[in-house]
Ligand binder design. Structure first.
Ligand SMILES: NC(=O)c1ccc[n+]([C@@H]2O[C@H](COP(=O)([O-])OP(=O)(O)OC[C@H]3O[C@@H](n4cnc5c(N)ncnc54)[C@H](OP(=O)(O)O)[C@@H]3O)[C@@H](O)[C@H]2O)c1
Length: 329
């Protein structure tokens, strides 16, 4: 299940409004045959991608590699499985879906392929999709719920927030190897491209007034040709230089406010701030995404909030991208 979690975390936020989900197919000896992570809404679910990888590993039938569409993958696997999966297990961080949405239900695919055992992390509480685990149990599949449940529930937080109609808010920060977060560009183009992909999936960016005055940022998603989210400038000042690029991106609103109430009108919110914003908001924000460069920079190191717990780490080019969680006070 940890392997499924690690696969899913690489896509955190990028699958939104769908949940980030990971899955692993293994044999009785515990050898991993296929790993999958859901990539984005409307594309195959993690279970299907793990089954696809396992099918290819077991059969070397490379025809399946050319299939990207979810419904076509379901059809192909149902037609060609040849009882390959009968002795295999599937670990999945979220209960398999049990409804026709943008893709067919994973529960019916798993049933038809005849997997022996399904190990599930989090329950799917959404009205639309829930019930896949109990359905499979009723069909005689060995189903275990709640494996690494706390970790799987944490992974699911953005989706849970969406279901509960409250925003998922995270603080994004770039730091040098000696902790400096000021003085212009800090991380590599790979990290900045990742940030633009994240912006493309956010509907609001929050930025402090001082950063707007110092950096005059654009805050769009041009590196991935994505959409520019709305911007909330958190400031006690009412006016800013309207000629800076930030104010001149088509199809987005820029708000200036001395409260954060507007955040509640949005569902995926990234805060991009320096020390001032970090100090002001760290009592309320639970999630931190920190891009760390391997290079030193001159300046004062940023003071991070106390109690950050590292949840996931991955390389992005030469940098390291870390997700941290801390309980809000
Ligand atoms: N490395 C990174 O990821 C990153 C990201 C962003 C910024 N930075 C850097 O951080 C530096 C700026 O950091 P900073 O901490 O001075 O500025 P900041 O991140 O813009 O945050 C401080 C600003 O937030 C606003 N603010 C704070 N508390 C507030 C409250 N209670 N009500 C209303 N507004 C409030 C104030 O805006 P007003 O002064 O307008 O009232 C204040 O200047 C720059 O050098 C920038 O390049 C780095």
């Amino acid at each position: 299940m940890q392997k499924a979690l690690d696969a899913a975390w690489t896509r955190q936020v990028l699958t939104f409004p769908n949940p980030a989900v990971g899955a692993v197919v293994s044999n009785i000896e515990g050898d991993v045959l296929g790993i999958g992570a859901h990539k984005k809404a409307g594309t195959p679910h993690a279970e299907v991608l793990a089954l696809k990888a396992a099918y290819e590993a077991l059969t070397h039938d490379s025809r399946i590699n050319d299939i990207e569409d979810a419904a076509q993958l379901h059809t192909f696997l149902k037609k060609h499985h040849n009882n390959l999966f009968h002795k295999l297990s599937l670990h999945v961080t979220l209960e398999p879906c049990h409804h026709f949405g943008k893709t067919p239900p994973c529960s019916s695919l798993i049933e038809e392929l005849g997997l022996k055992r399904i190990v599930i992390g989090s329950y799917d509480e959404s009205e639309r999709a829930k019930g896949g685990g109990t359905y499979l149990q009723s069909k005689g599949v060995d189903v275990l719920f709640g494996c690494l449940k706390k970790k799987c529930d944490l992974l699911l937080t953005p989706f849970t927030c969406k279901e509960q109609k409250r925003p998922f808010v995270f603080f994004k920060l770039a730091v040098s190897s000696n902790g400096v977060a000021t003085g212009g560009i800090i991380t590599s183009l790979d990290s900045r491209l990742m940030v633009h992909h994240l912006r493309d999936h956010c509907d609001l960016l929050v930025i402090g007034g001082n950063t707007v005055r110092i950096d005059k940022p654009i805050l769009d998603a041009r590196l991935c040709k994505g959409k520019a989210p709305d911007v909330l400038i958190y400031s006690k000042q009412k006016t800013f230089d309207q000629t800076i690029p930030l104010f001149n991106i088509p199809n987005r609103s820029v708000m200036i406010a001395d409260t954060l109430d507007k955040i509640n009108d949005y569902s995926m919110v990234m805060v991009e701030g320096g020390q001032g914003l970090l100090d002001t908001l760290s009592c309320e924000i639970e999630w931190y995404l920190i891009f760390e460069s391997p290079h030193e920079k001159e300046g004062e190191a940023i003071r991070l909030p106390e109690g950050l717990q590292k949840i996931f780490s991955q390389k992005v080019g030469e940098d390291t991208m870390n997700w941290y969680y801390k309980h809000a006070r």
